[in-house]
Design a protein around this ligand. Structure first.
Ligand code: NAP
Length: 245
């Protein structure tokens, strides 16, 4: 079978395509979202227990090839599979959506991580739309000069910024919806990470339309792995391996 490390829309699309082509596929989810959108084909859930345990899992489950289609910020699982696959001789492909890039009218500041984002807030805004996800919000816990609208899929663990409101939502988002949110809450700064993709892109269009600055957290460094940017390319790669296997 083909193993997909998932948790993204692209991973689900790839699972559907392989399942429809009658290629055996299992998707692996971290298991932290309470009501995940389930992919087609087999599904397993929860961490493997590190690279060595993942290698055992690959050996024990007749995995022909693995596609790492996890989120661009899911650092640990990508590092883990980049060790486990070479150790077991299982071919590995990384499916990663392209980064966002600045367009005319945008006012972005790129920063390397959440701490650098937090340090840049005070000079730029007082009412922040924060969409960096529920992990790592401790980086903003000492930013008391600004109010935050914290949007994420699941309730985030503390600590959080002292002055904030939670907006639990999972998108996809529309330009009208994002403009409405910005206007209703008098948002003057957007802080986000470079996830890429269309599902969550509308906030960037809305920020441009309202001439708001954006603090954009860059993607973390990745292991060197054979990569593609589209589901179609990943499907072809997996199909070739399934046929050969
Ligand atoms: P992470 O920091 O790389 O992962 C932490 C640990 O969770 C890993 O070491 C692994 O445990 C387990 N894990 C993560 N993804 C897994 C998967 N697909 N299947 C099995 N175990 C997995 O990842 P994260 O940032 O917490 O993200 C977790 C999941 O949410 C990923 O699948 C990712 O695609 C999705 N996601 C993440 C973000 C984000 O911004 N980070 C956004 C949207 C979706 P073991 O070491 O025990 O194997």
């Amino acid at each position: 079978m083909i193993l997909i490390l998932g948790g993204t829309a692209e991973a689900r699309e790839l699972a559907t395509a392989l399942d429809e082509a009658a290629i055996a596929v299992t998707s692996s989810l971290a298991g932290r979202v309470s009501n995940p959108k389930l992919p087609a084909g087999g599904v397993r859930s929860g961490g493997f227990g590190g690279p060595a345990a993942l290698a055992d899992w690959l050996r024990g489950n007749d995995v022909i090839a693995t596609v790492d289609a996890t989120h661009p910020f899911a650092e640990r699982i990508s590092a883990s599979v980049a060790q486990a696959c070479p150790a077991t001789g299982v071919p590995l492909l990384r499916l990663e959506r392209p980064s966002w890039s600045e367009r005319q009218g945008d006012d972005w500041r790129r920063v390397p991580d959440l701490r650098a984002a937090a340090a840049l807030i005070a000079p730029l805004g007082k009412r922040v739309l924060l969409t960096t996800g529920r992990q790592g919000l401790a980086a903003f816990a000492k930013v008391d000069q600004a109010w935050f609208l914290v949007r994420c899929v699941e309730p985030p663990p503390p600590p959080l910024p002292p002055r904030h409101m939670l907006a639990l939502d999972r998108g996809p988002y529309t330009l009208e919806g994002e403009l409405g949110l910005i206007d209703r809450h008098h948002i003057d700064l957007v802080v986000t990470k470079d996830s890429g993709g269309r599902h969550t892109e509308a906030k960037l269009d809305a920020a441009r339309e309202r001439a708001l600055p954006v603090i954009m957290v860059d993607r973390p460094p990745r292991p060197e792995v054979n990569s593609v940017a589209t589901v179609a390319e990943a499907f072809e790669w997996a199909r070739r391996h399934a046929q050969a296997g």
